[in-house]
Design a protein around this ligand. Structure first.
Ligand code: BES
Ligand code: MN
Ligand code: MN
Length: 463
């Protein structure tokens, strides 16, 4: 292990150069204009995985973007770790808010990252984090250190719902058989406060349309006499929360399992500075469901948020018009035991039922996903905690994250195994936002931690 760590220290510059190269390819899965680049990225990951020492490295075609697969099987009696990651990224817009090109990575120091951070789309989510696994694997291979069997499955459609990965996993269930799934696509609390993600929220995502008159109208001639779809949409959305910021959709909370008072108390012991949080976001105050702390609101409680809304005249100057229609994209984050399809149905029934006369409302579901929680009394969690302790010199805190990685629940369903969410980003790394970045500290710390995970996991599984 000493030699593996030594190898990492002496190859840091190259590990960084390679990541920068990976970040220069705009693998935006949501935008078909980037299809070639997404494929190029898959090729890049494939080549690097092979160069690092993996066998049977290949791209598996799907109905969408290919899955990169590779393995290094040493001995069937060893436990098998399936490493998951995604090489696709979110669209970078709004472009004008980036201080440097989203696909022209630069390294800059920040207050939180005094040793420097890489600014680029995908730096943290998830190219920087998936590449840590490729480099940790390379370092282990370079010194013949292989305590487990390795399988790698890196997909290119996570940011658009991973629909084809579900199909791929079912089809290649035998090839992918493993004892645990290991992924780095979440965050730690701070550089000096390691944590391990033990929960993710699910997702129900819908698009709504409110249609009124059969054409745009003069807002003076018709205003006040005909339902205005934009006004109506705003009122309908506003009615989805009450004065306590509870969601008003009947049955929305029915399946939510309340977290015990003891667990909530423990959760709130995690270091969290509300005024720093507010300062970082430039807000005077936070807002959320009554009776819950900010940490709880962003992890163990379900939410409803408008992600985008449009309709009517948005050009220069003023145009007096009563628009014919209005639209919005709405996401609901779900917590354990809530079913995305049930929630989508409840939303659809409720939202159409509150439509006033004079408009027609349609709700179209987008992708959804199941929430996930992982236990902490397993060899895989313990190995992750020991690895963090080794690398950070501090015991990690188990923490539930607010984001969604729908395939984590799917892995459990298809492979019957738990996942270890050994993420190294920070919540302040601006993933999905302009100026996304990933700390050099985090990148290298991740590469150093991962080999320990494999070592401790193998040891714990032996006993
Ligand atoms: N890596 C994120 C999820 C994440 C971020 C989990 C931070 C925990 C902490 C992932 O790439 C992502 O963005 N997922 C999407 C869901 C997907 C269905 C588009 C999300 O959470 O919005
Ligand atoms: Mn991600
Ligand atoms: Mn993401």
């Amino acid at each position: 292990m000493e030699q593996v760590q030594q190898f990492i220290q002496s190859n840091k510059d190259r590990f960084l150069e390679e990541l920068l190269e990976l970040l220069r390819i705009p693998s935006i899965s949501a935008d078909p204009a980037y299809a070639n680049d997404v494929r190029k990225t898959a090729e890049f990951v494939k080549e690097k995985l092979a160069a690092a020492g993996a066998d049977k490295v290949q791209l598996f075609e799907t109905a969408g973007y290919p899955v990169v697969y590779g393995e290094k099987i040493k001995d069937p009696s060893l436990p098998t770790v399936l490493v998951y990651g995604h090489y696709d990224v979110q669209p970078p817009d709004p472009l004008e808010l980036w201080e440097s090109g989203p696909f022209e990575p630069v390294i800059k120091k920040t207050e939180i990252h005094p040793e420097g951070a890489i600014f680029a789309r995908g730096a943290c989510d998830d190219k920087g984090q998936l590449y840590m696994h490729v480099k940790a694997f390379e370092a282990m291979m370079a010194h013949g250190e292989q305590p487990v069997n390795f399988k790698f499955m890196i997909e290119g459609e996570e940011e658009v719902g991973s629909d084809n990965l579900g199909i791929f996993c079912k089809e290649y269930k035998d090839m992918l058989a493993c004892d645990v799934v290991l992924l780095s696509d979440t965050s730690i609390i701070a550089h000096d406060t390691p944590s391990i993600c033990v929960g993710l929220r699910g997702l129900s995502y819908v698009e709504v349309e409110v249609v009124g008159p059969n054409k745009d109208l003069h807002s003076g001639v018709y205003g006040g006499a005909v339902a205005n779809p934009v006004n109506v949409l705003c009122e309908m959305i506003a009615s989805l929360k009450d004065e306590n910021n509870r969601i008003t959709i009947p049955g929305f909370y029915a399946d939510v399992i309340d977290v015990s008072a003891g667990d909530r108390a423990k959760m709130n012991e995690a270091p969290f500075d509300l005024s720093k949080y507010k300062n970082g976001l430039g807000i005077e105050d936070v807002m959320g469901e009554k009776g819950y702390t900010t940490l709880e609101r962003a992890s163990i409680r379900p939410t409803l948020d408008v992600n985008g809304i449009w309709g009517g005249y948005i050009g220069e100057g003023a145009k007096t018009v009563l628009p014919s229609k209005a639209n919005a994209k709405i996401s609901m984050r779900l917590v354990p035991n809530q079913h995305p399809d049930t929630i989508t149905q409840l939303f659809q029934d409720h939202f159409t039922s509150i439509a006033p006369p004079g408009v027609t409302v349609t709700v179209s579901p987008h992708h959804g996903g199941f929430p996930a929680v992982v236990p902490t009394d397993t060899p895989e969690y313990k190995a992750a905690a020991m690895a963090m302790k080794e690398a950070f010199g501090k015991d990690p805190i188990p923490e539930r994250g607010g984001g969604s990685i729908p395939i984590v629940a799917m892995f459990e369903e298809v492979f019957g195994v738990k996942s270890v969410m050994l993420g190294f980003g920070l919540d302040s790394d601006d993933i999905h936002s302009p100026n996304e970045h990933y700390g050099l500290f985090n990148y290298y710390k991740g590469i150093e931690t991962i080999p320990y995970f494999h070592k401790f996991y193998a040891e714990l599984k032996k006993n």
